[in-house]
Design a protein around this ligand. Structure first.
Ligand SMILES: Cc1cc2nc3c(=O)[nH]c(=O)nc-3n(C[C@H](O)[C@H](O)[C@H](O)COP(=O)(O)OP(=O)(O)OC[C@H]3O[C@@H](n4cnc5c(N)ncnc54)[C@H](O)[C@@H]3O)c2cc1C
Length: 435
C-alpha cells in the first residue's frame, strides 16, 4: 500500500510530535511514523523547559494546556556539599535567573503534543527500515516501514527524521556516527511526596527554595540536582563518574536500577549527601539509571530531501537541560521556515533555511552542556571537547586547571561555584531572521 503526504516525520517522541504540530500549523500535510506501538514512559521522569521553549509552545497554540501541566522554577542554586564533616554546605544563588524554567513530567508534555495532532496522521507501530531518496518518481522520497510484519510504503517530498540517539536516518547519511560516552551515569527518580509530608518537610528545611528552584549539590566527583514537578512530585538526578562504559543490552540508554544498584545508591548517598537527600533516595520506588552520551556536532543535517532534527541531529548530555528544549526550539524554527515556503511548497528550501538557523546554535548548546557537565563533576578534560568557535578561552583554561584531589576540591569550591553561576547564562535565542 502506498500513502502520500508532503512530509514524513520519523519518530513520535517529543521532537517528532512537536515538528508535526509545527508543520501542520504551517499548512503542510504530514505523516508520523513511530516504531513503538505506544510511546509510553516507564522510565520517563521530569524535565525543565526554558522561556524560549515556552514561547515556541505558545506559537504552536498550546500555551493553555502547557501552563496547566507545568510549574514555575524561578531560581537556580548551587550548593557545595562536603562529605566530611557531613552535612556542611556552601550555597550560591544565581541572582536574576531571567530565563526561568517550567518543570513538567515528560509524559505530560508528550500527551499534550499527541492530543494536539489529527489522529489519522499518526502511525504508531511503524518501524522505518528504508529511505530511498533516489526513487523513480522524481523529486520524491520513498520511506519503507514495517508494521505487524507487513511492509508499507510512504511517498513524500521530504523527510524529517526525529528518530533519536540511534537514528536510522543519521546512520544512512552520516559516515562517522559515534556516540561519545561521557564517563558518567545518572541515577534518577521521581518521588510523590504528597503522601509523605515528613519527607517533604525535611527536604524543604534542607533545600531552601525547593518548589521554586532547581538546586544543584556539588560533591566529590559527583553532583546531584533536585526540583519539584507539579503536585508534590520531586524529581532528582545524581550524576556519578564511571570511567568504564557500561555494557548496555539493547538500544536504550535508560535502565531500571537493579536491587544491588539500589543498595549501593543508599550506601553511597549516606557517605556523600545530606540526610534529607538520603531519605529521598530511600523513598524512591523505582529508581533508574541513565548512561550519559553525546555526539560531536555535525556540519550539516540536510541530505537532499532528508533532514535530521531533535536528538538525531544534536545528541547532547543532559547537563544544560538542553535536549528537549532544543527539540522544541527546532519545531519553532520549522514553523517559521515552512510558513515562509507555504506559497512555493519548496520543502527542501525550508529545510535548508532551518539548518542555517539552528545548526550553529545547537552546536554551541551541545558543547556548552558538555562543558557544564565536566565542570560540575570537577573533571580534568581535554579542551578539544569544547572547540566550537564560541567556546571561551576562559572556560578551556578553567577546565584544564580543574583539580581532582579532595584538598583541591575544597580549595577550589568557591571558584567552581562562581564559575557555575557565570555559566548559567540564558539559552541561545532562536534568532529567526524576519525577512
Ligand atoms: C519513552 C521516552 C521517555 C523519555 N523521558 C524523558 C524524561 O523523563 N526527561 C527527559 O528530559 N527526557 C526524556 N526523554 C528524552 C527526550 O524525549 C529527548 O531527549 C528529547 O526530547 C529529544 O527528543 P527526540 O524526539 O528528538 O528523541 P527521542 O525522544 O529519543 O525519540 C526518538 C523516537 O524515534 C523513534 N524511532 C527510533 N527509530 C525509529 C525508526 N527506525 N522508525 C520509527 N521510529 C523510530 C523512537 O521509538 C522514539 O520514540 C524520553 C524519551 C523517550 C523516548
Amino acid at each position: 500500500m502506498l500513502t502520500e503526504s508532503e512530509i514524513v516525520i520519523i519518530g513520535g517522541s517529543v521532537g517528532g510530535l512537536s515538528a508535526a504540530r509545527a508543520l501542520t500549523q504551517a499548512g503542510w500535510s504530514v505523516r508520523v511514523l513511530e516504531k513503538a506501538s505506544q510511546v509510553s514512559s516507564p522510565t520517563g521522569a521530569g524535565l525543565g523547559l526554558d522561556s524560549i521553549s515556552a514561547q515556541v509552545i505558545k506559537d504552536l497554540g498550546l500555551q493553555e494546556p502547557f501552563l496547566s501541566v507545568s510549574a514555575s522554577l524561578e531560581l537556580e542554586a548551587y550548593r557545595w556539599v562536603d562529605p566530611r564533616p557531613r552535612p556542611s554546605k556552601a550555597v550560591t544563588l544565581v541572582e536574576n535567573w531571567e530565563h526561568h524554567h517550567r518543570s513538567m513530567l515528560w509524559s505530560d508534555l508528550h500527551k499534550m503534543l499527541l492530543k494536539s495532532l489529527p489522529q489519522d496522521i499518526l502511525h504508531f507501530g511503524h518501524e522505518v527500515i528504508g529511505i530511498d531518496d533516489q526513487c523513480e518518481s522524481g523529486g520524491k522520497v520513498k520511506v519503507t516501514a514495517v508494521s505487524g510484519g507487513q511492509r508499507k510504503e510512504f511517498v513524500c517530498s521530504a523527510v524529517v527524521a526525529a528518530d533519536g540517539i540511534n537514528s536510522f536516518a543519521r546512520r544512512q547519511f552520516v559516515c562517522e556516527d559515534k556516540k561519545r560516552y561521557s564517563g558518567m551515569i545518572a541515577w534518577r527518580g521521581v518521588v510523590d511526596a504528597s503522601t509523605q509530608p515528613q519527607l517533604l518537610q525535611k527536604l524543604q528545611e534542607d533545600f531552601h527554595h525547593l518548589g521554586n528552584a532547581i538546586i544543584f549539590d556539588i560533591g566529590m566527583d559527583c553532583m546531584n540536582l533536585i526540583y519539584m514537578l507539579p503536585g508534590a512530585l520531586i524529581n532528582y538526578l545524581w550524576y556519578r563518574s564511571v570511567p568504564e562504559e557500561p555494557d548496555l543490552k539493547g538500544q536504550s540508554v535508560t535502565l531500571q536500577a537493579s536491587k544491588d544498584e539500589i543498595a549501593k545508591m543508599i550506601t553511597d548517598a549516606e557517605a556523600t549527601w545530606t540526610p534529607a537527600f538520603v531519605d529521598l533516595i530511600k523513598a524512591t520506588e523505582k529508581p533508574f539509571v541513565n548512561v550519559i552520551y553525546d555526539k560531536d556536532p555535525l556540519s550539516k543535517w540536510v541530505y537532499g530531501r532528508v533532514a535530521l532534527v531533535g536528538e538525531a541531529a544534536h545528541c547532547t548530555t543532559p547537563h544544560g537541560s538542553r535536549s528537549t528544549n532544543m527539540s522544541i526550539q527546532d519545531a519553532g524554527a520549522l514553523l517559521e521556515c515552512f510558513r515562509r515556503h507555504a506559497g512555493d511548497r519548496d520543502a527542501v528550501a525550508a529545510l535548508q533555511e532551518f539548518q542555517h538557523i539552528r545548526l550553529p546554535a545547537t552546536s554551541r548548546e551541545v558543547l556548552f552542556s558538555r562543558h557544564v557537565g565536566e565542570l560540575r563533576q570537577g573533571r580534568w578534560v581535554d579542551p578539544q571537547h569544547f572547540s566550537w568557535p564560541d567556546a571561551s578561552p576562559e572556560a578551556k583554561a578553567l577546565l584544564l586547571n580543574a583539580k581532582r584531589s579532595e584538598s583541591d576540591y575544597k580549595q577550589h569550591a568557591s571558584e567552581i561555584l562562581q564559575k557555575l553561576c557565570e555559566a548559567s547564562r540564558p539559552p541561545i535565542p532562536l534568532a529567526i531572521p524576519t525577512n
